[in-house]
Design a protein around this ligand. Sequence first.
Ligand code: NAP
Length: 504
Amino acid sequence: MQSTTDIVKPAGFDLILFGGTGDLAWRKLMPALFQAFRHGSLPEGGRIIGVARDDLSDAQYRSLIASRFRDVEGPKQPSAAEFDRFAALLHYVRMDLSKAEDYQRLAATLAERQAATVVMYVATAPGLFTTVVEQLAAAGLNTPHTRVVLEKPLGHDLESNRAINESVARVFGERQVFRIDHYLGKPSVQNLFALRFGNALFEPLWRRETIANIQITIAEDLGVEKRGNFYDSTGALRDMVQNHALQLLCAIAMEPPINAHADAIRDEKLKVLRSLKAWTPETLSQHVIRGQYSAGNSGGKAVPGYLQEAGVPAGSSTETYVALRTEIENWRWAGVPFYIRTGKRLASREAHIVVNFRPTPHPIFKAPIGAANKLVINLQPRDGLELHLLAEGQAQRNTGAHLGGSSVATQTLAPVQLDLDFDKRFGNERVGAYERLLLDVIDGRLNLFVRSDEQEEAWHWVQPILENWDAGFAPPRPYAAGTWGPSAASAMIARDGHCWSEEA
Ligand code: NAP
């Protein structure tokens, strides 16, 4: 029988950061954990254990993270005293993740105490995901209180995604697996859920009878920077559309879930993905525009084209831009075009969803051609909502208009907007995406994470596009850096009688 002194009391959490010296760790994860610590929301008694191959002591790891914090922009800069308090949580274990024996070193560190929750955050090369989960199991580290966080990309096509998910499922239950799509953690996406399911106002309008089209834009003004090598094996479709853009599409198009629990939300998102119109040879050629930036001008300076970027192989056909049109085949959305576009080296850095409502059925006022209501959900760099209405600018006497023989004043309407800036309203020190998601993992909340069937369905839908491209169809169309992408994307939307938001 154990004496009371033998009983190890469960401590807080252990968060193991595989890839603890990598770009994602120091640019996003450590600042997010620090913010959670600063906000007082990180549960007490935690350890954050960085893992990589360098031979570092805890003290050296703390210094490394401290030096990198100085490069992180914005209000996250801590004072020395504040960082020291946070740094006390940081530890380091040297491991080569491909070597089975190194997992014993991690096991020994974890056995120093009994953490109530152990989070294994796999922020390392995707090729190591399967090895890591299998070796965790072999070392007996897949206990019921262990959670595993998987970063994107989870595979590079449907088959490799299934293979990863199957190997993870052999080791962890689905409720232990947290597949990150950090767009779901953005405050603006939380507000989209709040707008749709916490307010009744828009629900009667949220359907085919009133909505003309919906546009999702994730535009970056930067090129591939120093990550040409990584990017070239990925491309815009895998990097942005398969995950972030389709998750946004689900958030905008899903039915109200029966409650706010993870599976209720994920069931509804899955239905949207299953309802996406299947591709045909005709839609693959007409409704998917693939682009690649050439040299141009960005932010007032000349920039090279994609093929001239470091690490990009000569003649690469990797796309840096995708625009596509799809439909959701259900009663709510049948016939409404959904447009998605994303790219690098575009005219501006902005992400938003534009819901374009239909114009009035019978115009009695003068208004700019094509003017109608729209709701803009701004995701970045601003986080907010704009409701565009038509209002009277100045009444003009229109001597040419007659009603019953008498001259009438014809009102000329002009677009105006109600603008809700969430940063101004709630302060820009709000909980960021990675901070929120990390806290959710520690607390075991799965709502904002992607289930395996959802992810597989998203890959299933993009797979015909990948195969079409692999077969040599649709080589990327060039677009000058600093523009809004290939003109074919404007032609595609114009064929429906619509235009992109910046062309309106
Ligand atoms: P990275 O800068 O190349 O860092 C990789 C990390 O993994 C380093 O700490 C590296 O340390 C470690 N590592 C690599 N091989 C290892 C091995 N055999 N054993 C132990 N550690 C090993 O990559 P990253 O940009 O941080 O990306 C990490 C993951 O996050 C990738 O899956 C990426 O796709 C995903 N991701 C990254 C970003 C981003 O903004 N960076 C955004 C979204 C998703 P050593 O080489 O020193 O051992």
